[in-house]
Design a binder for this molecule. Structure first.
Ligand SMILES: NC(=O)c1ccc[n+]([C@@H]2O[C@H](COP(=O)([O-])OP(=O)(O)OC[C@H]3O[C@@H](n4cnc5c(N)ncnc54)[C@H](OP(=O)(O)O)[C@@H]3O)[C@@H](O)[C@H]2O)c1
Length: 233
């Protein structure tokens, strides 16, 4: 069922952003913008790349003041982990670090920029399903991939605003999706649950959802319109 997501599953971590750690893997455009937006919402943010925490410390202090530069394994040990790395590098992630973790996959397959990769060209599954099967045991939710990094800090609006932008999410773990929906709401966006992870196809690159900005009602209608395609795939 496609619906505006509901946020409450009784998790205490969800009730207070101050008690919730967000681990961001990737300190590029998306990772740093998301770090600032998450801190604005009151979350504690850890950020990591493939470089050491010490090597990233100055960058993090300047670009995302308030966030903590950590090793990738420490970022992965957060209440919520966001993958903000180039998709073709997903095999550089450590699946053991992410077992049991709620993980937002914000990555997109972008062949013109990142090159052509057989993992995605020869697999009919969505990119998030490919990533999930590599990250065995991670509770993967696809989201945050269809908003530009700069828009993340510009388009947020309070809950209830009729023109509030909505972000889609897709995943197979209901509690993980509830957690992510709450996070999206705190960031300043309505969350729309598109369904299982495979439904992420409707907001991958080159879709109408990916290329535009939509309210929750508009997003629900677009996902519904695309549903026969997603179901058939
Ligand atoms: N740009 C956008 O507006 C936008 C919007 C939505 C989604 N996305 C998606 O978000 C992802 C990131 O995009 P971006 O534009 O932020 O990329 P970017 O600016 O190139 O940054 C990528 C970051 O990932 C780090 N990284 C690479 N492998 C890593 C690993 N295994 N663990 C931790 N960090 C790692 C890189 O640092 P090191 O190489 O030093 O480790 C770098 O800090 C892409 O998949 C993109 O499709 C982008």
């Amino acid at each position: 069922m496609i619906c505006r997501a509901s946020y409450f599953d009784g998790s205490s971590a969800m009730s207070s952003p101050h008690a919730t750690t967000i681990g961001i893997l990737g300190a590029g455009r998306v990772g740093t913008a998301l770090a600032r937006q998450a801190m604005k919402a009151g979350y504690r943010v850890r950020i990591a790349t493939t470089q050491s925490a010490a090597d990233n410390a100055l960058l993090v202090e300047i670009v995302t003041p308030g966030a903590v530069a950590v090793q990738a394994s420490e970022a992965a040990a957060s209440d919520l982990v966001v993958l903000a790395i180039p998709l073709h590098k997903y095999r550089t992630l450590n699946p053991l670090d992410l077992t049991g973790r709620i993980v937002i996959d914000a990555m997109n397959y972008w062949a013109p920029v990142d090159g052509v990769f057989d993992d995605f060209e020869s697999d009919s599954r969505t990119t998030s399903e490919v990533v999930e099967s590599f990250l065995t045991g991670a509770r993967v939710v696809k989201s945050l991939n269809h908003i530009g990094y700069h828009e993340l800090e510009e388009d947020d609006k309070p809950a209830g605003d009729a023109s509030r932008r909505a972000l889609a999410l897709a995943g197979d773990d209901a509690a993980a999706k509830s957690f992510v929906s709450h996070f999206i709401d705190r960031l300043g966006y309505d969350a729309v649950d598109a369904g299982p992870l495979a439904a992420g196809r409707s907001f991958q690159p080159a879709t109408e959802i990916f290329t535009g900005s939509h309210t929750a009602n508009q997003l629900v209608a677009l996902i519904q319109k695309d549903r026969p395609l997603a179901d058939a795939a």
